[in-house]
Design a protein around this ligand. Structure first.
Ligand code: BGC
Length: 764
């Protein structure tokens, strides 16, 4: 029977009944009081954000210093309320930040009586402060499948960011990285919407703490980004159009943002590109209706870099800057990341005077910005004292970063127990990634492109250095064979010397080939071919001729295709971008001092014409047509989403549910026994999937519904229990609305599965 009464419990899953951040009356009172004394120009100034470079100069030694005259003039002429970025886009020291921000806040309080809000891309730790901690990139955090790691890495980053008086980070990135060609795959939590929702929300809580109305001086505001659909560009290139079915937009792309808002996110940054033909910055439905009105969210919606300009220079939906400002602000933008001039301010004032932007929209935007500043306590304490943050760049966070790196690496192949490598073996370390801190970290590391990391990360160990420490320098030889052209584009390589590597391998027992990519970020990271570089593949092929065992270490920001060299390797480890402690973590794992427990957060492709996600439609995999036809549409993947091996083995048994029939209000309890059947201790991520057998919209063949990570000693057995709200099995129909349809569902954990039946269809 179909129930026509919408249950609160069921509906709450996918919709919002009350504002995602309940307003705090005392804060609202202060906001209104401040707002009421502001002129139109001052309100507009609160909506403006420019780069720090506009208020300073490089001194004779090339060191940036604030120029107080420039600062005063920006504040007096344009009343600018926000600044961003590291000077020259290079990480200053913590002491320099302390000095810069103190000056900015002093001037801001003097001229405006309102603190400035400074924002930075602290995207995998202290990106923009020398001496801070760099964690693995988010793609690695996803591979840990460990919520605690997401939260504690964000907490540590918040602490180190607030320590240098910066109260706002443009993190976490929760785009769905569903196209491996896209250069920003490594910035988010992989291809699945649940994984992005869970890890993103954990990070929101880690960054901001548990009370978004009162963010203390150990925490900072987040900016969820990039809202939304950014991760599936049709061309695979950054900042290019995406075409996404409306049902998929709501069901998959919106979900992590909704989860992040529910966790209290104080700001959101908008996708620079267009979705279904309309630039997101001009899309009132997505910005105002979905994000603000449906959820009651009262945070700040910020543009991405120069995206007002992009509306008339690249997207061609506006005739000029004024037209673009009108379009974006009326669509729901609250703050404009300009970034090199504040010229937009007088234009916005004109637009209001001409009646093209309602005064109420400006009041709303300025109110949101002021509210965020009050919530962060900036009026009471506009800047912090570094000396009060003793853990900055210390041992405590280093341990966390090492642990995170270890839990993130994925063992993809281990033929005949090739790994761990026993000590005393002679090892050749080869490949372009063997001795560079730059490739371990990727982009957003000390600089935007991460290209100067080796200058700043000298005190950390490259893979080669860590291998020497672990296996003894006398046992480890370095001959790279292929190297990157560090002064060129990220994909450029020097003329290879493969023969040298082959010669160096003559007297070793095992070859560890560290291959992959150099660092890059955003559009400069676009590529023309997802296959790993020819030189690197030739290196592996030449070494394979020696008949010695090869361990491939894939150190890359996206899954580069290696189908022709994978069969030549006895073992394959995917490190992705594990950060400053990645070398140490890898050496410990290769030596067996730590065990692998990472699992792939995306599908690793095998061929360029089979780029697919794990939740593809069944119809995408037709093997051989019956009858006279003999063609196929077989999907080939190198390794599937969720795949990852360990030095031990786990046996799953006894999958059971507390009910086999359910309706929308039910919660299904799903349990399974997991036993460590191997010889060493290990951690295992247990992943619960569902499949909707028949639905009114072609169903995804599988969907991740929950996950947890456990640790088991040899022989130990544990029961893992998931509580699955039935509404998690709903989907968004052709009409754009959530629906749970009656019929059978398969629940699956590892190789075990069972069937449950929904007995009533319900719109949610
Ligand atoms: C990127 C954002 C980043 C912003 C500020 C843009 O180019 O797309 O992810 O937060 O710059 O640095």
């Amino acid at each position: 029977m179909v129930s026509s009464i919408m249950s609160m419990t069921a509906a709450a899953q996918h919709n919002v009944q009350q504002p995602v951040i309940p307003a705090d009356a005392r804060i609202e009172k202060k906001v209104e009081k401040t707002l009421s004394r502001l002129t139109l120009e001052e309100k507009v100034g609160q909506m403006m954000e420019v780069v720090i470079d506009l208020i300073g100069d490089n001194n004779s030694k090339g060191v940036f210093e604030i120029n107080e005259r420039k600062l005063d003039s920006l504040l007096c002429n344009y009343k600018v309320g926000s600044l961003l970025n590291a000077p020259n886009t290079v990480a200053p020291t913590a002491a320099e930040w302390e000095r810069h921000i103190a000056k900015i806040q002093k001037a801001s309080m003097k001229h405006l009586g309102i603190p400035c809000i400074f924002g930075l891309d602290q995207n995998h730790g202290s990106t923009y402060t020398q001496g801070g901690t760099l964690f693995p990139q988010n793609i690695n955090v996803a591979a840990t499948f460990n919520r605690e790691i997401a939260r504690s890495a964000a907490e540590a980053t918040a602490y180190e960011t607030r320590a240098v008086s910066v109260p706002w980070s443009y993190s976490p990135t929760i785009d769905l990285g569903r196209d491996p060609r896209w250069p920003r795959i490594w910035e988010n939590f992989g291809e699945d919407c649940l994984l992005n929702s869970v890890m993103g929300s954990e990070m929101v809580r880690g960054f901001q703490g548990d009370d978004p109305n009162h963010v203390d001086n150990r925490h900072i505001a987040v900016s969820l980004k990039h809202y939304m659909g950014y991760g599936v560009p049709f061309s695979g290139k950054d900042r290019t159009p995406a075409y996404i079915a409306p049902s998929e937009l709501r069901e998959k792309h919106f979900a992590p943002f909704l989860a992040g808002l529910k966790a209290g996110a104080l700001s959101v940054m908008v996708n620079s590109a267009s979705v279904n033909g309309l630039p997101v910055h001009a899309n009132r439905e997505l910005l105002t209706e979905w994000l603000k009105e449906e959820t009651g969210w009262d945070g700040v919606l910020i543009t991405d870099w120069a995206d007002i300009n992009n509306l008339y220079t690249r997207e061609m939906v506006a005739t000029d800057k004024k037209d673009a400002l009108q379009m974006a602000i009326n669509a729901g933008i609250d703050m404009i990341m300009e970034p090199y001039s504040a010229d937009a301010c007088p234009l916005i004032v004109e637009l209001v005077k001409e009646g093209r932007i309602p005064q109420s929209r400006i009041d709303d935007a300025a109110r949101r910005v002021l509210r965020m500043k009050y919530r962060l306590g900036l009026f009471d304490e506009p800047a912090q004292m570094l000396a009060k943050y003793p853990d900055f760049g210390g041992e405590k966070f280093a341990r966390l970063a090492l642990g995170a790196a270890e839990e993130s690496m994925v063992l993809l192949k281990n033929e005949n127990g090739m790994l761990p490598l026993s000590r005393g073996k002679k090892i050749l370390l080869t490949g372009p990634n063997a001795n560079q801190m730059r490739c371990l970290n990727g982009g957003w590391s000390y600089t935007w492109q991460g290209h100067r990391t080796d200058e700043f990360a000298d005190r950390y160990n490259s893979i080669y250095e860590a291998m020497c420490n672990t296996f003894g320098a006398e046992n480890v030889k370095l001959c790279q064979g292929v190297t990157y052209n560090e002064g060129g584009k990220y994909f450029e390589e020097n003329t290879p010397d493969i023969e040298a590597a082959v010669r160096a391998a003559a007297d070793v027992d095992v070859i560890v080939a560290c291959i992959g990519e150099n660092s890059y970020c955003e559009t400069p990271g676009n590529l023309t071919d997802l296959n790993l570089s020819v030189n690197q593949r030739n290196l592996v092929k030449a070494l394979a001729q020696l008949g010695k065992p090869i361990v491939l270490v894939l150190n890359e920001g996206r899954p580069r295709i290696i189908a022709d060299i994978e069969p030549l390797a006895a073992a394959v480890v995917h490190t992705m971008l594990p950060g400053n402690y990645g070398g140490d973590a890898l050496a410990r794992l290769l030596a067996g001092d730590a065990n692998f427990s990472g699992k792939l957060p995306y599908t690793y492709p095998k061929e360029i014409n089979s780029l697919i996600n794990y939740d593809y439609k069944k119809s995408q995999e037709v093997e051989t047509m019956a009858g006279a036809y003999d063609y196929d549409a077989k999907v080939t993947v190198q390794w599937g989403f969720g795949f990852g091996k360990s030095y031990t083995t786990f046996a799953y048994s006894n999958l059971r549910v507390d009910k086999t029939e359910f309706t929308a209000d039910d919660i299904i309890t799903v349990s399974i026994d997991v036993q460590n059947t191997g010889k060493c201790e290990g951690m295992e991520s247990v992943l619960l999937f569902s499949s909707d057998k028949v639905a009114s919209l072609t169903p995804d063949c599988r969907r991740l519904r929950d996950f947890t990570k456990i640790s088991l000693k040899p022989g130990e057995k544990q029961t893992v229990t998931f509580t699955l709200p039935a509404t998690d099995l709903a989907f968004v129909g052709y009409d754009g609305k959530w629906i749970l349809e009656k019929g059978e569902f398969t629940l699956q954990i590892a190789g075990e599965q069972t069937t449950v039946t929904c007995t009533a269809t319900q719109k949610l």
